[in-house]
Design a protein around this ligand. Structure first.
Ligand code: AMP
Ligand code: MG
Length: 420
């Protein structure tokens, strides 16, 4: 601890952000695999290699509407000297072909229809003239032309999707095409969200003197959904340690992780502090970061517990820095947001002993990223988050990051979404 920085105002030792993050990531593991339907598995990380149960596609079919022929029969066909073939049948979609193509014969076949026995090419309908039960072929086709061979996408037993791959549209479509209905994945983490504070009311309810809407539950709800996890709202609990403990106990079967906000400071009634201060499996730390200095982290009911501070901007930043990476790891995904190096457009100051996470708007102009601050650093100014698309990371030791200097920025919106 002695090597760590100390808080400039209180003299308290501060835990470096990286060490706090390491403790969190060391304490979480991927959730045990579950078999889910492809719909539910979409967005999740595959926990097994999945092989093709059969050839893909399963049968040889036509790639065009036309006539299945023997390529040798039509090799010399031209517009001036068409090759006449006798139409001996018609393939229906979704059925066996039912006929074979002998020398001098053709069978009408739709796109996706089974190629009949004996045929090895398809002449597209545009290159045919039908005349009763004859078809005149106007152009030769080499063997295999317009034919989709069984197994050309994947052979039976071949790996379709490797373990560890996140299943997005392409992967679930491929698995479905192989006739697979469910797969083993790391499921989405279910995250209990509880707000603490006697001053809080549900958004939309009458506030009254000294009361404010619960913003943190909604901020966290959005961040959890955006991380691909599932929020489990537990609402508001008053500043009462027993009420908090009851809320966690009541919902524990429905959650893989607990997140609370508020009540981690030294205030007399701070409920998280009072509920867990005597327990060795929940630790209260002062992290060398701004915002988000007071944090609690530990294990409650066998699940990771995050006690975030109450200030809304601290909640947003703490989620980004600690909770999101943990959820990602639990879901088998890489923990970190994409980052860019951007040129600052204004100075960013703050306590030099701490890592500062400044809300910025990043933009790409002429191939370079720029970042401009969206407002003051006070941790109650939620509008600075709403106007931002990134968090600039100013490392400890840098008193002021100056305009014109490069800076690391974590992106929390799609790169093409720049709030105006
Ligand atoms: P606390 O960490 O509980 O001392 O709260 C710090 C500040 O954050 C206080 O001004 C609280 O009113 C405010 N705060 C705490 N929880 C919330 C919440 N859920 N929504 C909005 N503000 C909150
Ligand atoms: Mg409070």
């Amino acid at each position: 601890m002695s090597a760590h920085a100390h808080d400039h105002d209180t003299g308290q030792p501060l835990l470096p952000v990286e060490e706090a993050r390491r403790r969190v990531l060391d304490a979480v593991a991927p959730l045990p695999p579950r078999r889910l339907s492809l719909r539910d598995a979409h967005g999740c990380v595959l926990a097994e290699d999945v092989a093709a149960p059969g050839d893909l596609p399963p049968f040889t079919s036509s790639a065009m509407d036309g006539f299945a022929v023997r390529a040798a029969d039509v090799a010399g066909a031209t517009i001036d000297a068409p090759t006449p073939l006798r139409i001996v049948g018609r393939v229906a979609m979704g059925r066996a072909s039912g006929v074979a193509v002998g020398p001098g014969e053709a069978v009408a076949v739709p796109t996706g229809g089974v190629i009949p026995e004996g045929a090895d090419a398809v002449v597209p309908i545009e290159r045919c003239v039908v005349d009763g039960d004859l078809v005149r072929v106007l152009q030769g086709e080499p063997p295999g032309r317009h034919v989709r061979r069984a197994g050309e996408d994947a052979r039976r037993g071949e790996r379709l999707v490797p373990r560890g791959r996140r299943l997005l549209a392409g992967e679930v479509g491929l698995l479905a095409s192989a006739g697979i209905a469910d797969v083993a994945v790391h499921p989405r983490a279910r995250v209990l969200v509880v707000s603490t504070g006697d001053e809080l009311v549900e958004p939309g309810e009458a506030t009254g003197p000294g009361r404010i809407p619960d913003a943190n539950s909604l901020t966290l709800h959005g961040q959890i959904v955006e991380a691909g996890a599932i929020p489990v709202p537990a609402g508001i609990v008053p500043d009462d340690a027993d009420a908090l403990l009851e809320a966690l106990a009541a919902h524990r079967q429905r959650a893989d992780v607990f997140v609370s906000s508020g009540g981690v400071s030294v205030g007399e009634r701070d409920p998280v502090k009072r509920a867990f201060r005597a327990r060795s499996d929940v630790r209260f730390v002062e992290v060398a970061m701004q915002p988000g200095k007071p944090q609690a982290f530990g294990t409650v009911h066998g699940r990771p517990f995050f006690g975030l501070p109450g200030n809304p901007v601290s909640v947003f930043v703490s989620f980004e820095v600690f909770v999101r990476p943990a959820l990602m790891a639990m879901m088998g995904r890489p923990p970190d947001r994409p980052e860019v190096t951007a040129t600052l457009e204004s100075d960013i100051g703050g306590p030099p002993e701490k890592t500062r996470f400044a809300r910025v708007r990043v933009r790409r102009e002429d191939g370079r990223w720029t970042a401009s601050s969206t407002g003051g650093r006070q941790s109650n100014l939620l509008s600075t988050v709403a106007r931002a698309n990134g968090l600039a990371v100013i490392p400890p030791g840098v008193a002021v990051a100056r305009a014109g200097e490069p800076c690391r920025v974590m992106l929390f919106r799609d790169a093409d979404e720049v709030p105006s």
